[in-house]
Write a protein that binds this ligand. Structure first.
Ligand code: HEC
Length: 133
């Protein structure tokens, strides 16, 4: 039983150290109001988030991790934290379109617009892993 607890604790600490817990959004990286107010055109098509997952694994996981929790080493955001999830769809769309290249987040304006909205939808589906807390 003791051994079992140890394994759980080890797994938890590994899970915690891999993600970026110290991330806070850059206050100078701000979407213009008109962009922030943009509504996701696919809001009523939740089935499109599955495609967003594929796009995420292809374009984003290398820095943000497959589960979106970010990597401390890359200073990449943990995309599950409220500071990010509370931002509007339009804001997140603008941020991934323009990037914050000075801080290591590339611009994804090369992806077609519908794919960028699908990515935003997928960001909303990210959930903490059971061991993450
Ligand atoms: C080369 C590494 C890299 C890749 C690839 C990358 N990101 Fe990032 N991302 C970052 C870094 C670094 C930050 C933190 C930027 C900062 O400090 O402002 C970030 C921040 C973010 C944020 C946080 C915005 C905020 O409010 O602070 C979002 C959302 C985001 N990325 C989404 C994505 C998505 C979606 C993709 C794939 C399409 C992606 N990123 C690909 C490195 C990356």
């Amino acid at each position: 039983m003791r051994k079992f607890l140890w394994i759980i604790m080890l797994a938890m600490s590994l899970g915690v150290s891999a993600q970026n817990l110290t991330y806070w959004p850059d206050p100078s990286w701000k979407a213009p109001e008109s962009a922030a107010a943009q509504v996701n055109p696919f809001a009523n098509r939740p089935e499109l988030a599955a495609g967003g997952r594929k796009l995420f694994l292809r374009n984003c996981a290398e820095c943000h991790g497959k589960d979106g929790t970010g990597k401390a080493k890359k200073h990449s955001a943990n995309l599950l934290i409220p500071a990010i999830q509370l931002q509007s769809d339009g804001t997140l769309f603008w941020k991934l379109t323009n990037g914050n290249t000075g801080k290591g987040m590339p611009s994804f304006s090369k992806l077609p617009e519908p794919e960028r909205w699908q990515l935003v939808m997928y960001l909303r589906e990210l959930k903490p892993a059971p061991t993450a807390r």
